[in-house]
Design a protein around this ligand. Structure first.
Ligand SMILES: Cc1cc2nc3c(=O)[nH]c(=O)nc-3n(C[C@H](O)[C@H](O)[C@H](O)COP(=O)(O)OP(=O)(O)OC[C@H]3O[C@@H](n4cnc5c(N)ncnc54)[C@H](O)[C@@H]3O)c2cc1C
Length: 530
């Protein structure tokens, strides 16, 4: 049997749902086919860890979604989304009992930095001031197709007001050096380097500084918000908005093949049905599954197959969730309770851990990102308890274990549990008695992550490395650096496309816009072009 729509969207991750919402807003009919039994992709939550606790299965904090003009324009609050904020955005506890902190109020952050190292408070406020002048244009430029003509020009016009080439140089400086160049104390360096560590760019490589500043400044402007009741609230609001406008979502419908006729995508096969795409297919699918998978080799130009051989995944991930019967028993309490916290003894240890992952070594002292969800949103678990998670990166293909436990990197249950013990011991050092607070624990290694969302190949969370050689026009591979693909009417709208990973909807929006623009050209030329 076959049904027909203007657009068939494959995948109900945030990018697929953003694309679907934009297409329906423009008057197209659309269906979203989702392989899993629930919408959301890597934006989901459940009570699987403990019945009284909500845990986010994958992502948890959404500064990029909150800053995204696209997602903001959908008015998701009208579809049940409520954002919650923790008292402080981010904390970084150190073994000597001190904390580096990013408070939502920049003057509080600056005061804390100033107390630790005179001069750093003003230096922080100066960076914030520069961001106020140029940040909005930079975020818009980063989220639009490359080259970002309109917002790029907007950012250039503001460049002089933030110091011209000196500002550009700051943004190009690796995160490990950037903090040292502008600040005397360790606090701002830890915050910027830790925020850079959210991408898989080595902290001593260009690109990491921009990432560190971007995330830190988002922390100072929009905060790191989380949806009330769980990450799933964001995905459900996107899905509900789409359905309220007449869109259809088919769950448990894995797309297995895209039909290509005369080099044009014409239909998608899923769960025994054929879904005809009159105008476009948008694939919220990781690039290696699209090229040579959903689109068979014979339908692809040889050059696409060849360039896809150089596509590089980002590292794997191990994520641990804990249900705690009380707050994290910090050895030394933070000055303000943070939603997120980072675990590393120093910027150098962070750099070493991320470097080890690139060198295919499992870190002995993994750099961890963690979230206190009940601190952020009290609805996540009973009063006085904490819903906690931490994740860290591991090599896709392991050469050795940097630690003593002989973890092999096969990421079977034994590897995962032993590595989770290593991660847990890192928290226990900072919060003695942590282990005694645990009611239950869930460990998701690379296989579990991929099983729950096929885009997370080997636990890669960003649809491909974020390093400079696979960004902008090089994403996913040179020659395919836009949402357009070699197949007419087929658009790549997942994190594998520019601007990459994170929940901001950029790739989905770019794909939807490209589909709409080509459809207009096609109509205007009577089908002669595109
Ligand atoms: C552990 C983890 C923590 C993260 N933390 C954060 C965070 O705190 N903040 C943040 O902004 N980002 C975070 N991210 C990154 C962010 O979640 C992803 O970059 C984002 O979800 C990518 O969106 P997407 O729509 O491209 O893909 P996905 O969210 O992966 O969604 C893709 C969807 O497509 C479906 N699909 C795939 N193939 C098919 C097929 N053949 N047929 C039908 N359906 C298919 C999948 O089932 C899935 O539902 C995190 C990711 C992970 C894994």
């Amino acid at each position: 049997m076959s049904t027909s729509y203007d657009a068939v969207v494959i995948g109900a991750g945030p990018n697929g749902l953003v694309a679907a919402n934009h297409l329906i807003d423009q008057g197209w009919s659309a269906v979203v086919l989702e392989a899993q039994a629930e919408v959301g992709g890597a934006v989901k939550s459940s009570r699987d860890v403990h019945p009284d606790f909500v845990h986010d299965t994958f992502s948890a904090f959404y500064p990029l979604a909150h800053a995204s003009p696209t997602i903001r324009s959908f008015d998701l609050e009208d579809h049940g989304l409520r954002w919650r904020h923790s008292p402080a955005v981010l904390g970084h506890p150190l073994p000597d009992g001190s904390w580096a902190m990013l408070h939502r109020d920049r003057t509080v952050t600056a005061d804390l930095f100033e107390q630790a190292h005179p001069g750093d408070g003003d230096a922080w406020l100066e960076l914030c001031g520069q961001w106020d002048r140029i940040g909005d244009q930079m975020v818009k430029a980063l989220l639009s197709p490359f080259p970002p003509v309109r917002h790029g020009v907007g950012a250039l016009a503001r460049l002089r007001s933030v110091g011209g080439l000196d500002f550009v140089k700051t943004m190009l400086t690796p995160a490990s050096d950037l903090g040292r160049a502008r600040f005397g104390g360790v606090g701002p360096r830890l915050i910027i380097a830790g925020n850079a560590g959210h991408a898989d760019i080595p902290l001593n490589a260009p690109g990491s500084g921009l990432m560190g500043v971007l995330m830190s400044m988002l922390g100072q402007t929009v905060g790191f918000p989380a949806p009330e009741g769980g990450a799933g609230g964001l995905a459900h609001a996107l899905a509900q908005r789409f359905e309220s406008l007449g869109g259809e979502i088919v769950l448990s419908a894995e797309a297995t093949r895209i039909q290509v006729t005369d080099r044009r995508a014409t239909a998608v096969f899923a769960a025994g049905e054929r879904y005809v795409a009159r105008r476009a297919v948008v694939a919220d699918v990781v690039a290696p599954h699209l090229y040579g998978g959903l689109v068979i080799d014979e339908d692809l130009p040889a050059r696409t197959m060849k360039s896809m051989r150089s596509f590089e995944l980002d590292p794997g991930t191990v994520k641990v969730d804990w249900a705690l019967d009380g707050p994290v028993p910090w050895a030394s309490r933070p000055p303000h309770d943070p939603g997120t916290f980072h675990v590393a003894d120093s910027v150098e240890q962070m750099t070493e851990a991320l470097g080890q992952v690139s060198a295919r070594v499992i870190p002995a002292n993994p750099f961890m990102l963690a979230g206190q969800m009940t601190t952020t949103d009290p609805s996540r678990s009973p009063a006085g308890t904490e819903s906690l998670w931490a994740y860290t990166h591991v090599p896709q293909d392991t050469l050795a274990d940097g630690g003593d436990e002989g973890i092999r990197g096969t990421w079977d249950r034994d590897d995962c549990e032993r590595f989770a013990d290593r991660m847990q011991a890192r928290i226990e050092r900072l919060a003695p008695g942590f282990g005694s607070k645990i009611l239950s624990r869930r460990v998701m290694g690379p296989h579990e992550l991929e099983h729950a969302d096929a885009n997370l190949i080997g636990g890669a969370i960003n649809g491909g490395t974020s390093q400079l050689h696979q960004e902008l026009v090089f994403r996913p591979v040179p020659g395919l650096g836009r949402a357009e693909t070699p197949i007419r009417g087929l658009y790549l709208g997942s994190a594998s496309a520019h601007p990459g990973g994170g929940v901001h909807g950029g790739p989905g929006m770019n794909a939807a816009r490209a589909a709409l623009a080509h459809s207009r050209v096609r109509r205007a030329t009577g089908g002669l072009l595109r």
